[in-house]
Design a protein around this ligand. Structure first.
Ligand SMILES: NC(=O)c1ccc[n+]([C@@H]2O[C@H](COP(=O)([O-])OP(=O)(O)OC[C@H]3O[C@@H](n4cnc5c(N)ncnc54)[C@H](OP(=O)(O)O)[C@@H]3O)[C@@H](O)[C@H]2O)c1
Length: 294
């Protein structure tokens, strides 16, 4: 039995949908914080269990009978995140799971200036120290995150960002399909995975050029200092802690932490991953993108 946490989140529910291409519903369990939300989203006969990472006792029940547990990382940073991940890993071990899988990041490094990448590296170490077999799924940077940045460029006619570096932006749905393929064949990837990425890398300047071409609008790319960007981001209402974390992505990209493409994801999903032009083109055709552009 495979337990998937974060099943009501954007990645988790896509992993379940992709897993259903491989396995019947009775081999899957969704572990969620909010069972009512799950009941509304998952109407496929999949068992739903309550499993909040801040309630370790409940997790042992949520993970009971698991052969594999996919721990989807939480949307937090720092000790708050790592403590939750470690609690989930402990519970999966206590439940006797043969393999624990965790959604890490392609840039996971203890010395990363990107806080989430540091946290993922801490959790990878914790996983590696345990008795159960594990797979750390080193996900590429979500292409959907790049769309937020492009949206700001479309709104303002220019994208003002600090010095950056190439990033192999990767569609979340492709990552979900790759995770499902790995879960469906236990042990297919053991330990830390190769970076699970799309085929191409883009800098901010590349993204702006692509957005200009796809939208027919003239968007400029302007490199600003880190301090100027932090001040502007905080002034726009982003809390300091998040602004600093976002700045960390530029610092890590600048030193090349996300400058890698790897064929593993393509091999897992059996087709070329979606490219940024395709993802951006679809984004621009949606009503939401039109709103941003107006
Ligand atoms: N590779 C990348 O570039 C990238 C980018 C952004 C984020 N991420 C990471 O990937 C994760 C999944 O992405 P996503 O798009 O699916 O994010 P998401 O939609 O925010 O999903 C996060 C999931 O974590 C669950 N969660 C939060 N706190 C929890 C707790 N205390 N106990 C149990 N579950 C908890 C949430 O539960 P609810 O459904 O109840 O809210 C949600 O299902 C993110 O959380 C983040 O760690 C990666």
């Amino acid at each position: 039995m495979i337990i998937i946490t974060g099943a009501t989140g954007q990645l988790g529910h896509q992993v379940i949908a992709a897993l259903r291409q491989h396995l019947p519903a009775n081999q899957l369990v969704a572990s969620v914080r909010d069972t009512h939300k799950a009941a509304a989203q998952l109407n496929d006969g999949i068992e739903v269990r309550a499993g909040d990472f801040t309630r370790p006792r409940d997790l042992e029940t949520a993970f009971a009978g698991a052969s594999q547990v996919l721990i989807v990382s939480v949307d937090k940073v720092g000790n708050t995140a790592t403590e939750m991940h470690h609690a989930a890993i402990r519970a999966a071990r206590a439940a006797g799971a043969e393999r624990i899988l965790y959604t890490s990041h392609q840039g996971a490094r203890l010395d990363s200036p990107f806080a989430a990448a540091h946290d993922h590296a801490v959790t990878e170490q914790f996983l590696a120290a345990g008795p159960a077999a594990y797979t750390a799924l080193r996900h590429g940077f979500y292409a959907e995150s790049a769309l937020h940045m492009v949206g700001s460029g479309l709104r303002n006619g220019e994208l003002r960002v600090p010095e950056d570096g190439p990033i192999s932006w990767t569609a979340r749905a492709d990552l979900a399909a790759a995770d499902a393929a790995i879960l469906a064949t236990p042990g297919r990837i053991d330990g830390i995975s190769p970076p699970l990425t799309g085929r191409e890398m883009y800098t901010m300047s590349d993204l702006v050029r692509l957005a200009s071409e796809e939208s027919g609008r003239d968007i400029r790319h302007v490199t600003v200092t880190d301090a100027e960007w932090l001040a502007a981001t905080e002034a726009s209402g982003v809390p300091k802690v998040y602004a600093e974390m976002l700045l960390g992505t530029f610092l890590a990209a600048r030193r090349g932490d996300f400058a890698v493409v790897d064929p593993t994801l393509e091999n897992l999903i059996g087709r070329p991953p979606r490219g940024m032009r395709d993802i951006l083109g679809e984004f621009l055709r949606t009503a939401k993108a039109t709103d941003i552009a107006e």
